[in-house]
Design a protein around this ligand. Sequence first.
Ligand code: PMT
Length: 400
Amino acid sequence: MKSLVNKNILLGVTGGIAAYKSAEIVRHLKKSGSAVRVIMTKSAEEFITPLTLQALSGNRVSTDLLDVESEAAMGHIELAKWADAILIAPATANTIAKLSSGRGDDLLSTTTLAFDGPVSLAPAMNQTMWRDDRTQENLEKLKTKEFKIFGPGSGEQACGDIGLGRMLEPLEILQLFSSSFNQEEMSGKSILITAGPTQEPIDPVRYITNRSSGKMGYSLAEAAIQSGAEVTLISGPVHIDPPEKCNFIPIETAVEMYEAVMHHIKGKDVYIGTAAVADYSPANFNESKIKKEESSSSLTLELQKNRDILKSVSKLANRPYVVGFAAETDDLLDNAEKKLINKGLDLIIANDVSNKEIGFDSDDNEVTLITTTEKKYLEKQNKKKISKKIIEFISLAVTN
Ligand code: PMT
């Protein structure tokens, strides 16, 4: 189940006899390479202990919405931000009803409400409850909201009835869940991504740099890897680890980034310039530390313009699909559109870096994807999620 590798999966366990099978689900998820966190409802704890799922998942099991300690450790919003997908197995008729009506009266329903990614349910209930119109209406409503419903299966039930309502077996659920990830859309494609800042040395102890944590570029690299692409990541100095499965090339200066890009661009299908490249560097590097002059109250540095990497990639013969970012503090869309045209790009991604809650350093971003024919706004969300949507958008352009 390749598609589950490196995924953050939030498993919801609700109160039905099939809850004991959730231990097996956690085991399969972990074996498939996913990180797993579990939320249990109060009634689920009557069927299986949190300790069992904690030992298998390797993470503290969350149970309470209003528990100060849990909220401080990883509350419902953090859990929703962390997850790539939610799987609720078993999903009782009660939980299905709550989700369908948008109620949030426990940790699982509240987290699901706060989550804007894919949610899958493996229903488990008595056959009469399953056939009930209200349950079926709730499920139909959830399907229109793109919830995926796995099963249920048919057979003898714990209560002795025979009919539809048994939860599918853990392995069947895992197979359906794994194939629900549309993750190989960039399979066979190679992508070059730049990230982070560049550092332009003034003397051995000082440099000029731009603000960038690397979070946006590294999330894009991760999303591209998960979409099946082969990824080369060229990055300036940052404090986060690069994704494991990429060809990682660390650089420091804008000149080094330019050279690394030009060296690796051949044969790439997509180039994404996320890096905050210094537009100017000191014209001369002082071999010795510049001394503070007691007699002068100022110091003049001469700066020279760096080559525009993005523009250079756009001008290449056999160029890839070229994507730039526009980091703007005002006239966001107008300035981004000018960059799209002036730099000869296929796509520019506009982000407002004057807003402290998005852009630089933040875990979130809010962007508009602009081509010559289309504008697509992506609301404020975690950079990991926004990266998936950006990669999906690019994949439609390069695979059609
Ligand atoms: O790293 P984070 O903290 O997560 O922050 C992410 C980000 C805000 C840095 C990122 O989302 C972003 O906006 N990156 C682009 C930063 C930037 O330099 O923007 P710009 O508008 O100045 O440049 C436009 C484009 O030209 C960018 O794609 C840039 O990589 C490219 N460029 C700029 C100068 C240069 N010499 N060569 C280039 O290729």
